[in-house]
Design a protein around this ligand. Structure first.
Ligand SMILES: Cc1cc2nc3c(=O)[nH]c(=O)nc-3n(C[C@H](O)[C@H](O)[C@H](O)COP(=O)(O)OP(=O)(O)OC[C@H]3O[C@@H](n4cnc5c(N)ncnc54)[C@H](O)[C@@H]3O)c2cc1C
Length: 287
């Protein structure tokens, strides 16, 4: 594939990158870790005339806990998220998911903001953000706004981001007392994108599940929460939880070279039940 030449600009601050995006319009793309954008460029699916590098922009690389929320900067790499002690203490689901992304090279370059903005339906981080009820902080360099993860991911590689907006940070609730988490994914080879994935949080009190959040990825054009499963888990003893998970409604798996739609649906149900068991065990351990 012949790659069309592009101009290169480097932004010292994210606000500068927003100015550059406005100045160059649709011809411009920002690049953070480059682990998704350059794949699109190499395949000829993206042909930016100007690439604006934010990988060395100041700030937005920390994991900070305050007032019941963990806030992670958009330039945090997957490797950092997977090993950060504050993230591990406050919301371990994030690091567990980040640690499953691609391979060590991808994790050392790829960023949280890049993964969320790219919005691949099979990506781990959008899935856990939907499960956790995350909020994304977006800026156009002049104003900031907050988008809910469940509303931000609109479909395959499609988000709510305006052309001149960037993600600056993500906030998730700190894992509260009584909560446990589970994350399960299945891919054909280690490091491949998942064929299906599940992220689950449950809170157990007096031996029964009283609250849960269940989301799945790679089985549609965006990660989705499974309200039916959450309702069916309410009041279940952990040992009975798997039996309450029937055929999953609310997912629209598609068949491709990796798996048929039916296999994906089956896989997804299996992963959901395993993640519920993991989450329940962690909740009981912590009690
Ligand atoms: C071999 C390989 C295997 C991979 N396996 C997986 C996997 O298993 N799971 C997975 O989830 N991902 C996987 N990836 C993708 C990887 O996680 C990327 O790092 C991630 O999707 C994008 O992050 P990035 O920083 O590299 O973004 P970039 O490639 O730099 O950018 C991606 C997109 O996001 C935009 N962007 C970047 N940062 C921001 C921002 N802060 N605000 C707004 N827009 C922004 C860019 O303009 C571009 O459109 C894989 C990649 C490779 C090459």
């Amino acid at each position: 594939m012949f790659i069309r030449p592009f101009d290169y600009e480097r932004a010292e601050h994210l606000a500068d990158a927003c100015d550059l995006l406005r100045a160059h319009g649709e011809a411009a793309k920002v690049i953070a870790g480059g682990q998704s954008l350059m794949a699109l460029v190499n395949l000829g699916l993206a042909q930016p005339e100007v690439v604006i590098d934010i990988s060395r922009a100041a700030g937005y690389r920390d994991c900070v806990a305050a007032d019941g929320y963990l806030t992670v900067g958009a330039l945090t790499t997957h490797a950092r998220l997977a090993s950060d002690p504050v993230a591990a203490r406050c919301q371990p689901l994030l690091g567990a998911a980040a640690g499953q992304i691609g391979n060590a090279r991808v994790r050392s370059r790829g960023t949280l903001g890049g993964s969320l903005a790219h919005s691949d339906p099979a990506a781990e981080l959008p899935l856990v953000m939907v499960a956790l009820g995350a909020s994304y902080e977006l800026t156009d360099g002049r104003q900031t706004r907050v988008a809910r993860a469940e509303e931000f991911h609109l479909g395959f590689l499609t988000t709510q981001l305006a052309d001149d907006e960037l993600i600056t940070a993500v906030s998730v609730p700190v894992l509260g007392p009584g909560w446990g988490w589970g994350f399960e994914e299945f891919s054909r080879r280690d490091g491949d994108f998942a064929l299906a994935a599940a992220a689950v949080l449950v809170r157990i009190a007096d031996g029964i599940i009283v609250e849960s959040r269940v989301a799945v990825g790679a089985v549609g054009d965006r990660p989705v929460r499974l309200a039916d499963v959450e309702i069916s888990l309410s009041g279940a003893a952990p040992a009975d939880a798997a039996a309450r998970v029937g055929p999953l409604r609310g997912i629209r798996p598609v068949g491709d070279a990796g798996a048929s739609a039916d296999y994906r649906a089956h896989l997804c149900r299996v992963l959901v039940t395993r993640a519920i068991a993991q989450a329940s065990a962690r909740s009981l351990e912590a009690a």
